[in-house]
Design a protein around this ligand. Structure first.
Ligand SMILES: Cc1cc2nc3c(=O)[nH]c(=O)nc-3n(C[C@H](O)[C@H](O)[C@H](O)COP(=O)(O)OP(=O)(O)OC[C@H]3O[C@@H](n4cnc5c(N)ncnc54)[C@H](O)[C@@H]3O)c2cc1C
Ligand SMILES: NC(=O)c1ccc[n+]([C@@H]2O[C@H](COP(=O)([O-])OP(=O)(O)OC[C@H]3O[C@@H](n4cnc5c(N)ncnc54)[C@H](O)[C@@H]3O)[C@@H](O)[C@H]2O)c1
Length: 481
């Protein structure tokens, strides 16, 4: 016999937790099914441990650029302490704290791996083999996340490379680390492991941080090189040879004819959706693909029509592989499920309460490299591709008074992309130390579509880094001048 709930959420990562929470707050009963740790990738193997690994190096870097403080800090990072703090941040890979939160939020938990057995029906198999049948009165939400993608490069699998899970949970730092990939994980882990004393070689077949404004990847590559990493761009790994007897460990043979020897290899070449082991065939959906959704997060059937009882949020949708954006989708999905279940109004118009419109126009992201990269909305190239008539305005953050105070020799760049027809910002990028905390100002400007004329009335405090806003507006030109 199956146990029924109004809503069943598959996957207890940050996103699944938020779907369930909103559904319960909307008046429904909810259960989460989780195969591993409640809290998911972000808490134990992604955002939190990676940022903990990066933070100490970033603080040290800043202190070194402030005379008076620099003289007080003369040693190197204490690697053991950095790793210990990271262990604390991940609660030593235990989810007791999350279980307390589930209790307080009135969300039930079934531990085990869920597969669909039919519409609104699941079978959950626990680690000890116990099977639980679950049925949903109203909806099932899929928040099963994503897995690392491994290229089929000859010899790579045999080298047993690290994925992001190993890199974020390592208890020792290898002498040398070859990182394959040029995205966010590669850039952040190259920064962290270089600061922790590994000899890092980053190998990217394209540019570094290729989805960002071009100056972002250039500045991060420059800083990584200055810190002692070897950054190889536009180069592919053709083959990996592992000779257990060799001192280095692995030899990576590259498309430019050169070779890299490293003790460990980290593969950071993107993600694939976690949908291959969900029994999706039982409900007529393809497996191994992202679950396409409408903007209220209902899953679309192969014909493109929404399935009324099936929702998805987070990485598994492929909409934006970021915790904060997944949680945004989760709030909307949970609210939409509750509203539809209780016959309440549902507003799916653009920017409506049940529409994840920001996924298309205003996704913020901070890459915690040195320097940080903070961006929201469209790059200049993306805006052009969408046919928007734009004007691009750049300003060196180092020229504002706040940067002079922040640190000596502050280097950074800000860019705003203006939609000239609507006279609003469609994209903003900041690169520089501590720009991550500046980003939300840009996110508000882009999401609220604040007209340029009104932005002049948003006065940045003197002398903060935010004064770059004023300089960007001055560079754009004051209309009455
Ligand atoms: C190294 C790294 C660093 C990152 N840093 C950041 C960052 O700084 N900021 C940011 O916003 N994003 C960051 N991300 C992205 C972020 O981690 C993801 O966007 C986020 O974890 C997605 O959450 P989710 O709930 O969709 O998936 P997950 O967190 O992966 O959760 C899915 C859960 O579902 C469970 N599950 C899967 N299948 C089943 C099943 N069949 N039955 C039961 N349970 C199942 C899994 O065990 C898992 O707990 C980073 C990613 C990586 C790899
Ligand atoms: N601070 C943050 O917000 C943060 C940090 C880490 C990860 N994340 C998220 O996690 C997700 C995964 O990050 P990621 O860095 O793994 O993916 P990514 O999509 O950012 O980058 C993947 C990189 O791998 C390269 N690549 C892909 N296939 C390849 C192949 N076969 N051979 C060689 N190179 C290949 C791509 O060209 C790209 O440079 C991202 O979408 C990101 O948003 C976010």
């Amino acid at each position: 016999m199956s146990t029924s709930y109004d809503v069943i959420v598959i996957g207890g990562g940050a996103i699944g937790e938020n779907v369930a929470d909103r559904a319960v707050q909307g008046g429904l009963s909810a259960v989460i099914v989780e195969a591993e740790l409640v809290g998911g990738e972000c808490s134990y193997w992604a955002c939190m441990p990676s940022k903990a690994l990066l933070r100490s190096g970033s603080v040290l870097e800043t202190v070194r650029t402030v005379p008076g403080a620099a003289e007080a800090v003369t040693g190197k990072l204490d690697v053991e302490k950095v790793l210990a703090r990271r262990n604390t941040v991940t609660s030593n890979w235990k989810d007791d704290g999350q279980l307390e939160w589930l209790d307080s939020a009135h969300i039930d938990l079934v531990r085990g791996h869920a597969v669909f057995t039919g519409p609104k029906a699941l079978k959950v198999t626990a680690a000890d083999g116990t099977v639980t049948e679950l049925a949903a009165n109203h909806a099932i939400a899929v928040s099963t996340g994503s897995l690392p993608q491994l290229p089929d490069t000859p010899g790579l699998a045999e080298a047993q490379p690290w994925t992001s899970r190993d890199a974020t949970s390592a208890q020792t730092i290898p002498a040398s680390l070859a990182i394959i990939g040029g995205g966010v994980v590669a850039a952040e882990m190259a920064t962290a492991y270089t600061s922790l004393g590994a000899q890092v070689t980053l190998i990217a077949r394209g540019k570094l941080l290729g989805n960002q404004e071009p100056f972002a990847g250039e500045k991060v590559a420059e800083a990584l090189t200055k810190a002692g990493a070897d950054v190889k761009l536009g180069v592919a790994v053709e083959r990996v040879e592992t000779d257990a007897a060799a001192a280095g460990g692995h030899t990576l043979l590259l498309s430019d004819g050169s070779a890299v020897v490293a003790e460990k290899i980290l593969v950071a070449t993107g993600r694939v959706p976690r949908t291959s082991d969900l029994g999706l065939e039982a409900i007529g959906l393809p497996t191994g693909e992202y679950l396409k959704t409408d903007d209220s997060l209902r899953v679309l059937d192969p014909g493109g029509n929404p399935i009324e009882w099936l929702y998805a949020a987070g990485d598994v949708t492929g909409r934006a592989l970021l915790t904060h954006q997944g949680k945004y989708q989760a709030r909307i999905a949970g609210d939409a499920i509750a509203a539809r279940a209780l016959g309440k109004p549902v507003d799916t118009s653009p920017w409506g309460v049940h529409s994840a419109t920001a996924d298309h126009a205003a996704v913020p992201q901070v890459t915690f490299t040195t320097p940080e990269v903070a961006s929201v909305g469209l790059t200049a190239a993306e805006a052009e591709k969408r046919g928007i008539r734009t004007r691009v305005v750049d300003y060196e953050i180092g020229w504002v008074a706040g940067a002079t105070i922040h640190s000596d020799g502050y280097e950074g760049t800000a860019r705003m992309v203006v939609d000239e027809d609507r006279r609003v910002l469609v994209g903003v990028t900041f690169v520089g130390a501590d720009v991550g905390e500046l980003l939300h100002s840009a996110t508000i400007a882009v999401t609220a579509e604040v007209p340029i004329e009104r932005l002049w009335h948003a006065v940045p405090s003197y002398p903060t880094l935010s004064e770059v806003w004023l300089r960007l507006l001055e560079a754009y030109g004051r209309p009455t001048a």
